[in-house]
Design a protein. Sequence first.
Length: 173
Amino acid sequence: MSTQSQSQQTPILQNQVVVFSKNYLPLARINIKRAIVLLVTGQAEALDFGSTQQWEVRSPSVVLQISEHIRLTSGNPERHWKAPPVSRREIFRRDHHTCQYCGSTKHLTLDHVIPRSKGGTHTWDNVVAACEKCNSAKGDRLLHETGMVLKTKPKAPIHPAIVFAEQFWRTQD
């Protein structure tokens, strides 16, 4: 194979393909080599959304048209997903490393919105990031007793595929 044909082939293999689930939920972006394997083994099919780009990939015995979008046809791509366990790292990530009472980003701790001593649980909807000062001021009391207000309502993280889908469709505009 000549150097010129190799240099023409290389950029195609660096392209990305979007993989959709059986239900057309975008799951991930993969490299074109992985997409070829999924298509050749019958685990995926090409999708055509009208303006979809296609690349032609040749081997000595096969010429493939690889679509920019493919859909899985086998297996269970919607694996059972559960929210990660409540941890300091995950709470800080969810709350963007910001106190949920005053907005400070310094000296963060975890606070139970409903204190454990009053029946509060260590769950996604009851634990927030709070700076030491706000956590101390709130103490072992309920929010209405302190007059403090949460900046955002605490909730469990959403499925990563949904986060990806929201980001994917935003970048397509």
